[in-house]
Design a binder for this molecule. Structure first.
Ligand SMILES: Cc1ncc(COP(=O)(O)O)c(C=O)c1O
Length: 464
């Protein structure tokens, strides 16, 4: 395979003054016709107009060679996402999971290691802990908020540090700025899974020193739950030229990625080498669906954030709710980091605990009439899941405990419905944990209520 010097992976910033909301609709593509020749108006009308929707541009993408691995619709998504995140280039892939594993494979091989926050999405945890190990790559998980502990784990064979902007599902936010300084010192890139940062609407990690951003586009980017996709964004900030020994893949005499593509070398490696070898291609119809989703992202996120803040406060007042984990709350462990790294709101994921543990969660979920029980996130519709019995089922009890995934925990991805309808559905589902009307009667008497639930669910011996 040869890589043309005219790589289509480019930063196609047509109008750098566009605001984020406008970029969502227009970045990454230049519309053809602009000229309206009045003398020809009428007979040639159709020649001087544009379609307002990007259609699926026909071009097969077999990912085997440079020519056909450039799918025009995918390319628009790549360019748009690069602009939204403030990067220089991007690579669209088949799923968020593919984006995670491809990024790892682009940088590490057998005998290497990398550092990951312990607090990452369950699928990522499995890819790093199991798949990487099978490939001879060691993932060193760090279960600490202190950047110094990350630094201590880095050695000469370390290829990158991995964090999530808000971790799924624990809502942990690490100090990117401090971590980026450590990574710069050590000569390794900092990578952030910014899925919860919603394509840059809430959080733009590259502005805080992160070098590479990945997303599961399946979530907020699409927002409609119809399409699986992922994206890898190259911030263009890491100097591969300074670290030839640690990263020889960018200095291969045949592909000469660094020499030819400099600050876009990482994106080119993903698209022309790793995508070719893994075949994790994003299809043109999927890219089109994701682009349609992106157009409404800012309006959706505004409503997501409002509903989430209101619901988090409301949940705290519910007698059956034992605890609420929402980064927008002032007493949240990571609220200061959230204020530093997030703007326009605090995302749309809340975790909360139900008095009555697993049984209460099962009754609550089963009773929901509008809210959907699913492992997905970021849909326009409100979704819930019980992580301990689904996403984190394959974790050992110790790993589950360290991740903060308790038996009583529900993860909630707040949608954009009218907030009154979400509350009403929750309210009627709460009633199913006890007898109808019971919740109102016991109201603030939480110990009494807990005893009552325990007695009903587990028998008299379970009372406090
Ligand atoms: C933070 C994060 N990263 C990656 C993924 C994997 O994405 P996908 O489902 O598109 O493979 C998920 C899925 O939940 C996620 O939450």
């Amino acid at each position: 395979m040869t890589i043309g010097t005219d790589s289509p992976i480019s930063n196609s910033s047509q109008n750098p003054s566009w605001e984020f909301e406008t970029q969502l609709l227009h970045a990454g593509i230049s519309h053809g016709a602009r000229l309206l020749n009045l003398s020809e108006f009428g007979s040639f009308y159709s020649r001087f107009t544009n379609a307002c929707r990007l259609s699926i541009l026909p071009s097969l993408m077999c990912s085997q060679c440079a020519d056909c691995s450039v799918q025009p619709t995918v390319n628009v998504l790549q360019n748009r996402m690069a602009e939204l995140e403030g990067g220089v280039a991007a690579c669209g892939v088949a799923s968020g999971s593919a984006a995670v594993v491809m990024t790892m494979l682009a940088l590490a091989g057998a005998g290497d290691n990398f550092i990951s926050s312990f607090h990452v999405h369950a699928g990522t945890f499995h890819q790093f802990g199991t798949l990487a190990k099978q490939m001879g790559i060691e993932c060193r998980f760090v279960d600490s908020q202190n950047p110094v502990d990350f630094e201590a784990a880095i050695d000469g064979k370390t290829k990158f540090v991995w964090v999530e902007s808000i971790s799924n599902p624990g809502n942990v936010i690490l100090d990117f700025k401090a971590l980026s300084l450590i990574c710069q010192n050590k000569g390794i890139p900092l990578i952030c899974d910014n899925t919860f940062g919603c394509a840059g609407y809430f959080c733009r990690p590259i502005e805080h020193g992160v070098d590479i951003v990945v997303h599961s586009a399946t979530k907020w980017i699409g927002g409609h739950g119809t399409t699986i996709g992922g994206i890898i964004i190259d911030g263009g900030t890491f100097d591969w030229g300074k670290h030839t020994d640690r990263f020889p893949q960018f200095h291969d005499p045949k592909s000469k990625l660094w020499e030819r593509f400099s600050h876009r070398a990482f994106a080119v490696r993903c698209q022309f080498e790793i995508l070719r070898d893994t075949g994790s291609t994003l299809s043109a119809p999927a890219a089109q669906q994701l682009l349609i989703g992106l157009e409404s992202l800012a309006v959706r996120c505004e409503r997501h954030a409002q509903n989430t803040a209101e619901l988090a406060d409301w949940l705290q007042e519910q007698p059956l709710v034992a605890w609420v984990n929402y980064i927008g709350h002032k007493d949240h462990q990571y609220h200061q980091e959230a204020l530093k790294y997030f703007k326009r709101g605090f995302g749309s994921v809340i975790c909360f605990g139900l008095r009555g543990g697993f049984q209460a969660c099962a009754r609550f979920c089963n009773a929901l009439k509008m809210v959907i029980i699913t492992t997905n996130l970021g849909d326009a519709k409100t979704l819930v899941v019980h992580p301990a019995s689904t996403t984190h089922e394959h974790f050992s009890p110790e790993e589950r405990a360290k991740s903060g995934v308790t038996e009583d925990m529900i993860r909630l991805s707040v949608g954009i419905e009218q907030i009154r309808d979400i509350k009403a559905d929750f309210k009627q589902a709460f009633e199913h944990i006890t007898e109808p009307g019971e919740i109102r009667k016991v109201n603030k008497g939480k110990i009494h209520l807990q005893n009552e639930i325990n007695r009903r669910l587990y028998g008299p011996s379970a009372c406090l």
